[in-house]
Write a protein that binds this ligand. Sequence first.
Ligand code: ADP
Length: 470
Amino acid sequence: MLAAIIMSSDDAIISKTLDGIITSWNPAAERLFGYDAKEAIGQHITLIIPDDRLNEEKFIIRQIASGKKVDHFETLRQRKNGQLVPISLTISPVLNSKGKVIGASKIARDISARQQADEKQARLAAIVDTSDDTILSKTLNGIITSWNKAAVRMFGFSEAEAIGRHISLIIPEERIDEEDFIIGEIRKGNKVAHFQTIRQRKDGSLVPISLSVSPIIDKNGNIIGASKIARDISGEQELYRKLKEINAKKDEFIALASHELKTPLTSINGYLQLLEQRISDKKSKDFVQKMRHQVTRLTELVDDILDVSKIEAGKLKLHKAEFDILKVVKNTIDLIANANPGHQLALHTSVKFCNLKGDEHRIEQLLINLLTNAIRYSPDSNKVEIFVSTEQDDVKIGVKDFGLGISQEKLPNIFSRFYRVDDSDTSVSGLGIGLYLCYEIVTRHHGMIWAESKPGFGSTFWFTLPIKDS
Ligand code: ADP
């Protein structure tokens, strides 16, 4: 039975005399060293010992002769083809019936796979260790199992202080719940990516971090823990804070500048009005009227810019009151039609009146913007259609033109601040503010605004407003 065990062993099992002569050689030894039993038995053990390790044999034999075992001795041996193989050796004395040492049995295990794994492990460990990002791992119960140098730098706890402790070591008390959420995701096999949060250092100070957590999966596919990579984002946050500050300064400047521009404009307009009354010469009067028209345009532009800066500062106030939207639509159409005598603006509706609560002045501004755009962006058409209908709790209004249209990929952007469709053939000037204001006005009234368009055929801008103020 013992012989059968030796024959079928995966480990090489060899015996030799105290003089080093090989006396037995199992099939695993044949596989490991490349010599078959016939070749090996009777030869000296140096057959498989590389020249530079011959001293080991002397040491081993000395141990054995004094009746001692050599356990898990890791070394190199040489195959028949000259190749070296890393092995782990366990050598025991063989005793005769009188208890005298007469030889040695060797069990040799090929550890090349393990060594490769060890090397890979060492390489990974070196990468983790030198990483600038904090990398740590923990069990599913939250017990810290690894802690790299960057973690030491970030949190101030040494490796010895952190490993074995619960991860709450670095979680501020009011954020303890986050851990349940993260572990919940990990248990499901999910990753948590770029989770921005705050952790606590050993000295109690807080550090803003971006956290990515992944499940650690063992050979059998079981989730056995989590690895975390954390990056200190205090620098980014500082940059963001500075950017916001600069942006706020810019908005403040625009607000101030447009406010300052309005005073002289109002004054110019006043004097032009006086001048218009005083002159009788038809030609001069005509000039003054043209000047007043341009001053009005300029005032409108300055007002729009002022509105944008109010929105940005959260200071655009709505003055809501009940009014008839249909009346506003009709009046605005008349206003625009008078200013654009060459155009036909046709209203299609079966609604007689429709009261709702909102800022009448702002909604008029919204309609003016949509109607003037419909005219400005239709160089080859003089028709605009306006639709008003009620649908459930909303009134729905549409402004349809037969002009340039807007391509599908540009459509989603047109309500953004300062956005203009930069198709080179449009000679229409503007600041890209009008639709942004429309969007703000509609959404501040809890309505929706959108556009449908086909380049070359025209666009329809739709918006809804709730009839009952929510
Ligand atoms: P502005 O007209 O001052 O450029 P808007 O915010 O009113 O700014 O419009 C943004 C952009 O959307 C315009 O530059 C234009 O390219 C496009 N646009 C708006 N209305 C229409 C329309 N009715 N037809 C075609 N393009 C339009």
